[in-house]
Design a protein around this ligand. Structure first.
Ligand SMILES: C[S@@+](CC[C@H](N)C(=O)[O-])C[C@H]1O[C@@H](n2cnc3c(N)ncnc32)[C@H](O)[C@@H]1O
Length: 234
């Protein structure tokens, strides 16, 4: 007989976006979106990096959404905390996770623009995709500081950062989120290098055109992006 240690309910109430407070949620019940992630199967370069990267110990999947990359972390790490401000996204992630992995999965709902609810040096790694580019530099700086605080001295982060973003609705209209900062590729690289002076970093350039038809509102994303691996200098 197997005993399930932690059972998560189905959270169906949407988390409303409040862009002026840096809450960039979809405002949807994720249980109406099918089992696949609304963000697709994952970017090929990011998947390649995840497959090859040394991922061990305890990882934090920050702004994990409905979990398109979470299984890749669960396969390698000894435990994963999937975090997002949107409880419905996290609950879909948990329900989509095979039982054999649930014992090493925890979920935590919080706002990444505020102090993270974890002790200093509690994670071996932090993974964060699809969200950091939405924040202005001063908030990004706070988030990078918090990531550094919760990472162990020799910890590692794997993040991505979208630049030169163009979103177009199915009817051809421009889609933007509040007064978001649009970073250029070179500007973002400079900003990230400045913020990550205490890390050894490796940057990869990539680009994507992808149809996010289940996003709210639906849009086609056309952007460049940086995939960054950073190891904290001890
Ligand atoms: C584009 S999705 C990316 C999800 C996932 N990281 C991925 O790559 O598939 C952005 C995610 O950030 C979350 N988010 C937005 N604002 C947030 C905030 N202030 N604090 C925590 N999570 C936030 C959203 O709920 C959403 O799940």
């Amino acid at each position: 007989m197997s005993i399930e240690l932690h059972k998560m309910g189905r959270i169906t109430n949407p988390t409303k976006p409040e862009e002026d407070k840096y809450v960039f949620t979809e405002g949807i019940d994720y249980f109406t979106t099918g089992t696949n992630s609304i963000w697709g199967a994952g970017d090929k370069d990011t998947l390649q990096i995840l497959k090859n990267a040394d991922i061990h110990g305890k990882w934090l999947n920050l702004a994990a959404g409905d979990g398109r990359y979470n299984l890749y972390l669960l396969e390698k790490a000894s435990s994963v905390v999937a975090a997002d401000i949107d409880g419905s996204a996290l609950s879909k992630l948990w329900h989509n996770t095979q039982k054999k992995y649930r014992t090493k999965l925890k979920t935590k709902s919080f706002d990444i623009a505020k102090k993270f609810p974890f002790e200093d040096a509690s994670f071996d790694g932090v993974f964060c995709t699809g969200v950091l580019h939405l924040f202005p530099k001063e908030v990004l700086q706070k988030i990078i500081f918090e990531i550094g605080r919760v990472l162990k001295p020799d910890g590692r982060m794997i993040i991505d950062f979208a630049t030169d973003i163009k979103r177009t609705s199915p009817s051809g209209k421009k889609v933007t989120f509040g007064k978001e900062t649009v970073y250029s590729l070179e500007g973002a690289k400079q900003t990230l290098r400045n913020l990550l002076r205490d890390y050894q970093i490796e940057l990869h350039d990539s680009e994507v055109v992808e149809d996010f038809e289940a996003a709210n509102p639906p849009y086609i994303l056309n952007c460049k992006f940086i995939i960054l691996m950073a190891n904290k200098k001890e």
